[in-house]
Design a protein around this ligand. Structure first.
Ligand code: AMP
Length: 275
């Protein structure tokens, strides 16, 4: 595995390879969720590139950019073990100049749910994803369904800009108790982690309701909110949308996503299931 932090060097190497390329963009602090994306990329491409870059433009001023967990040395080991070919670890000055052409995420999709809670977040996400795509020119790029709205917006950008890359959605990886893996889980205290289980439990409850043919979204949301209710949990949203992120009143099978965002202490957690 080659570790590269220079854009021209990576471009040159990849151009010389002239092979199918799978890109896995990450912010590091790698866990089994990231590893599942990397393994899928490894199976489906001749060359695998993982990028690790904690992208400042997708963090709001009051968010955790400075304390975002960084584990460069163990990340390098994980990537080597997963047989990554190129690990791209640029610094901020490599990726951004002082004054830049900016990408604006589309209004309708990016100012609801995560976008409403984190205005400007998706502009930063698309900015960095576009840069990475232009540097790596991947055949396939791997994104987790955990960040469902991000996945949908990246797909829209690819479509709107006629980009020649296939976006591959990847399943959410969970701990055995159901908690969706996230680099931010390290912020949770022991007690908070116990509370956090209510998030996946509320989603399990929703899927059981659907299996029992309760398809009314308001009823499902009410049940989920009851399951989540706790002094320690601040519910940011419980929402049900179709795959175009339009709010729906009745579950559409194979076309619905049930999403939850909560705050437990100072830690913000998101999770979802695709129905
Ligand atoms: P991040 O490092 O948090 O920016 O995540 C990098 C990629 O890994 C994104 O496409 C995420 O959606 C994906 N990802 C993060 N957590 C999980 C998980 N638990 N299961 C599957 N994919 C994940």
């Amino acid at each position: 595995m080659k570790i590269i932090n220079n854009i021209q060097e990576l471009k040159l190497q990849l151009q010389q390879e002239n092979k199918t390329i799978g890109l896995v963009p990450t912010m590091g602090s790698l866990h089994e969720g990231h590893i599942s994306l990397i393994k899928k990329a490894r199976k489906e491409n001749e060359v695998v590139v993982v990028s690790i870059f904690v992208n400042p433009t997708q963090f709001l001023a009051n968010e955790d950019l400075d304390k975002y967990p960084r584990k460069d040395e163990s990340d390098k080991k994980i990537c080597a073990l997963c047989e990554v070919d190129y690990l791209f670890m640029p610094n901020i000055n490599t990726m951004y100049s002082q004054d830049e052409v900016l990408i604006k995420a589309p209004k309708i999709n990016s100012f609801i749910l995560e976008g409403e809670k984190r205005p400007g977040h998706f502009d930063g996400v698309l900015q960095i994803v576009l840069k990475l795509f232009n540097i790596v020119n991947p055949t396939n790029a791997y994104f987790g369904k955990k960040d469902a709205q991000q996945l949908s917006l990246v797909m829209q950008m690819v479509e709107n800009f006629y980009m020649d890359v296939t976006i591959v959605p990847c399943e959410i990886v969970r701990e055995s108790d159901g908690l969706a893996l996230s680099s931010r889980n390290v912020y949770l205290s022991h007690d908070e982690k116990a509370e956090a289980l209510k998030v996946s439990q509320s989603l399990n409850l929703a899927s059981k309701l659907v299996v029992n043919l309760e398809l009314n979204c308001s009823t499902i949301i009410e049940n989920m909110k009851t399951a989540l209710s706790s002094e320690k949990i601040e519910i940011e949203y419980v929402s049900i949308v179709n795959r175009k992120f339009q709010t729906i009143e009745t579950i559409e099978l194979k076309n619905s996503i049930i999403l939850v965002a909560v705050k437990i202490g100072t830690t913000r957690l998101i999770d979802n299931i695709w129905i």
